[in-house]
Design a protein around this ligand. Structure first.
Ligand code: GLN
Length: 280
């Protein structure tokens, strides 16, 4: 079978399984199966595929048909200016989360040697993106999941950031180490009973502990704010990702712990997504 025919067949299988981006996905998975760039596929669509590669391609198409996200099939995802290794133990980096990176960079434009903490670091996409842009900053990342710290370490090594990154397995409640100029976090903030309403690609495959924010969606955010108010230096920044309806509750939680609300920033879909507090 040639590349073109296989892609058409894959596309049909994906469409039958209600995958919205069937055409694009079938091409991406072909690239992965034959280990060539998309450009090669378009230019060489009449090339025959080996049986081995074809089997691999159909295996990928079947996994995608069941909802497994493309990023987990490719084991990578682009975020900000870099590519990050991902697997099922870490949340897939979202473009909306780039809002946090953007804000941190704006807040730290003329700053030197700041010490940063990322709570629930996951793949490391937020903190590592910042460290790539600010060459004399130092980072600490904590996560409850050992396997996600392993993925984060792979990413930090790839980006040459190992010397400036400390990783610690801990939950936020038990973390009492150091004082930070800036704390950033994308904590789980989905309401427990809303989890099942998320896209099946998300709820069926991404780690629940990175999404589940308890009954009100605020239990992890609350913990991060409470502990951060102790871990942060005076005049330090706390930058949080929040759910689209959490703006007012989170604002109150921050104010109660001695933070002044500097700004609330919208994401690409115009939802309140990022809140910036300063410790006073
Ligand atoms: N924005 C993610 C989603 O909607 C949730 C991320 C989180 O809970 N921190 O899938």
């Amino acid at each position: 079978m040639n590349i073109h025919t296989a892609i058409r067949k894959g596309e049909l299988i994906l469409k039958e399984n209600k995958i919205k981006t069937a055409t694009l996905d079938s091409q991406i998975l072909m690239s992965k199966a034959i280990n060539e760039e998309k450009k090669f596929i378009i230019l060489n669509c009449k090339n025959e595929i080996s049986t081995e590669n074809l089997d691999y391609y159909y295996d990928l198409v079947n996994q995608r048909s069941n909802g497994k996200p493309i990023a987990y099939l490719l084991k990578k995802k682009n975020f900000w200016k870099n590519e990050f290794v991902v697997d099922k133990n870490v949340l897939i980096p979202r473009p909306d989360t780039e809002t946090l990176v953007e804000q941190v960079l704006e807040l730290t434009k003329n700053k030197n040697k700041l010490s940063l903490l990322d709570v629930g670091i996951g793949s490391g996409c937020i903190l590592l993106s910042i460290l790539m842009e600010r060459k004399n900053f130092y980072g600490t990342g904590i996560d409850i999941c050992k396997k996600s710290l392993e993925i984060c370490r792979i990413n930090s090594k790839k980006l040459g950031l190992n010397k400036r990154l400390k990783l610690i397995k801990s939950n936020i409640d038990n973390f009492h180490y150091g004082k930070y100029d800036l704390i950033v976090s994308n904590p789980p903030y989905i309401k427990k009973y809303d989890l099942k309403c998320l896209d099946k690609d998300v709820v069926g495959f991404e780690p629940k502990h990175a999404l589940d924010g308890g009954v009100e969606g605020l239990s992890e955010i609350r913990k991060v704010i409470n502990r951060s108010s102790e871990l942060i230096k005076k005049k330090g920044f706390l930058i949080l990702e929040i759910g689209l309806d959490q703006r007012n509750c989170v604002k109150r939680l921050l104010q109660n712990k001695g933070f002044y609300i500097k700004k609330i920033v919208k994401d690409l879909a115009n939802h309140d997504r990022c809140i910036v507090g300063i410790k006073i």
